[in-house]
Design a protein around this ligand. Sequence first.
Ligand code: URA
Length: 276
Amino acid sequence: MPDLRELLHFYAEAGADTPLEDAPVDRLAAVEPARKPVQPPAATRQAVPQAERPRPEPQPVAAPALNKTSVPDDTKIALARQLASSATTLEQLREQLASFDGCNLKFTAKNLVFADGNPHAPIMFVGEAPGREEDLEGVPFIGRSGQLLDRMLSAIGLDRTGVYIANTIPWRPPGNRTPTPLETEICRPFFERQIELAAPKLLVALGGPAAKALTHAPEGILRLRGNWKTHRTAAGIDIPVMPTLHPAYLLRNSAQKRFAWRDFIAAKIQLRALTQ
Ligand code: URA
């Protein structure tokens, strides 16, 4: 028997760090009955007395309806577009998102993580996807990287009352894995509409995935950061985007903080110019 703590540690590292249901489900038990028993060769088969015959096999347990896998991906994206574009306020958009079943991440996440801060703020920060703490509370950027983000905001004279914060993906991917391109495309209509409805004067993309989702720029974040890009809304409005390094990356690479600092200063200068 492996040590229980080691086993749990392994599960957590493998991404299985969140219970999905209160009672454990033996998924192998659901698979076992489907297997055909291996028959001994005919020559060696013997009649089995009634009492010793195997009992009728239990029927396979129906898998819980976690996801509508039969719905084609294009249909999910089209539905996301339809729902997102029908929202005329951020509150409606949140409700549409909460009722949308087309993204598999919803079924493993604990909470929808929609936004934090001031939706009327002229500057909006966009991250990638919620982590564990964000998932538990339903609020973006409240874990360690969020605390660093707060310090960086404060360094340029801002706090959450003066900024709006969201993610490109509003549900935590299990084990903080990278969202798949399909998941990003399914969520895209919602985050694009969120930007349209919040109508910030400028965007800050936190990390490569957010920068790519907002600007479609093919370069990696180390090349992109510090260079103004543009996000074009569905209505054709161009919003300047400052791509910068993600706070989680800065926690691991503190020597890079000076680059993020420069990007934040550039964003602050631009914000002042746009709001004066
Ligand atoms: N990282 C993100 O990109 N978003 C969050 O909300 C938290 C961590």
